[in-house]
Design a protein around this ligand. Sequence first.
Ligand SMILES: Nc1ncnc2c1ncn2[C@@H]1O[C@H](COP(=O)(O)OP(=O)(O)OP(=O)(O)O)[C@@H](O)[C@H]1O
Ligand SMILES: [Mg+2]
Length: 324
Amino acid sequence: MATADQVKALVRSHADGDDTQFYSVAMQVAARAARSGQGRFGQELKQLIDEVRKRQPTTRGKLVPVTQPRGELAGLLSAAYPSTRLADMVLEPHVCERLNRVITEQRQQDQLSAHGFTPLRRLLLIGPPGTGKTMTAGALAGELNLPLFMIRLDGLITKFMGETAAKLRLVFDALSETRGVYLFDEVDALAGERARSNDVGEIRRVLNSFLQFLEQDQSESLLVAGTNHPQLLDRAMFRRFDEVIEYPLPSPEIVREIVRNRLAVVKLARIVWGQVASAAEGLSHAEITLAAERAAKDAILNGRGAVTTHALVVALRERQSEPS
Ligand SMILES: Nc1ncnc2c1ncn2[C@@H]1O[C@H](COP(=O)(O)OP(=O)(O)OP(=O)(O)O)[C@@H](O)[C@H]1O
Ligand SMILES: [Mg+2]
């Protein structure tokens, strides 16, 4: 149940019209309930908060032009309102620290700009598939209560070959018009090496415009770019980001945390973590999450009650043999 302080904070934030604080406290109540054996209530409350938040786009600033995009922007951006938080992610301490720094600077941006500083806002996330780059963009949006806009660069380029630069300008205009987290996924699609030979000139031009827009962009939006192929990126690209953050494959400690987190709602037998970590070697956060889910479902459906080391190892091995 909620503590007395939480109830007071709810009333106070309601009176202040501070939605962010109100939902944040409500989420704390849900988390506390989940921890103290009221899993069902915790879950229902979290769902309710997520639903209500989605219904209130008007409190999130000027969204209408992009969420109901008219004209060309419609095909370039998709909007979402993630409720993901950083705490939902399992991250290496150095990644977590840097993301927290970005969030702090964003939250205190008025204070920074009063002194002539701009908050960190252009991030390049590098790492193998399934390590949480896309999820990070969602978590930043969730933490900052901003909409998440996804731009598929590879789609953009193939779809609009010949006019990509003009389309990119529209996207960068949107950055200034509507504050949000803008995710440029697979930014390596702009690297010349990946182009078919007859496209090289066009891709070069697009890359140059991208770099130029990136440099000129003075908006208050966050720009997050992700790639699995940093070696394909132009050096000029790296220079234009405030932070380049590497997402490594999970260490044994991280493996343990991912499994524990995912299996928080089911019973765990005494787990031999060393065996689990060896079976997980080389797998991504995403694959380990899926394997943990698989083991949990098996335990539930077979009526065994608890997830065992053996079940986890089998599920992880299965993922090892699947092409990713
Ligand atoms: N660090 C993490 N913590 C918790 N869950 C994670 C993490 N990374 C990945 N996952 C899980 O894996 C899913 C896929 O991850 P995500 O799409 O963020 O990977 P990605 O790094 O963007 O991969 P890609 O390079 O293929 O785009 C997430 O939705 C989440 O369920
Ligand atoms: Mg991704």
